[in-house]
Design a protein around this ligand. Structure first.
Ligand code: 5GP
Ligand code: ZN
Length: 115
């Protein structure tokens, strides 16, 4: 845990969040500034700065996180229509919180490439 990290505060429960899933490895909660009708953030409990810091050893954690993402998408009713699952990395990638997270966005169509 990084004491100055907002999302570590969410995993610790010191920062409130609207959680839709939680277990010993992963938490999913609603984004505070949603960019789509469904906008959920999935994070590992472990503090990892971004996808750039991942190693081979994180394989099981990532497999679990993606399985949770697919289940949350089904639970939210966006699986059939499709959705966007994206992780921003670094300044030009649009990352503003330095704790690894995926955005699960759905409920409207998305364009490609992103802006
Ligand atoms: P990033 O810009 O790093 O890819 O994504 C960070 C996301 O965290 C943004 O979509 C932003 O709205 C969301 N966010 C920032 N602060 C909070 C917060 O305190 N609570 C929640 N639920 N989401 C937050
Ligand atoms: Zn953190």
């Amino acid at each position: 845990m990084a004491t100055d990290c907002l999302f570590c505060g969410i995993t610790a429960g010191t920062v409130p969040s609207a959680q839709v899933f939680s277990d010993d490895q992963v938490i999913a909660f609603r984004d505070i500034a949603p960019r789509a009708p469904t906008h959920i953030l999935l994070i590992p409990r472990e503090h990892i700065a971004s996808a750039a810091a991942l190693t081979e050893d994180h394989g099981p954690l990532l497999g679990h996180l993606f399985a949770v993402a697919a289940q949350v998408a089904r639970d939210e009713g966006i699986a059939d229509s499709g959705y966007r699952l994206v992780s921003n990395v670094g300044r030009w990638g649009g990352q503003t919180v330095d704790h690894l997270h995926w955005h699960l966005l759905g409920g409207r169509p998305f364009t490609w490439p992103p802006g």
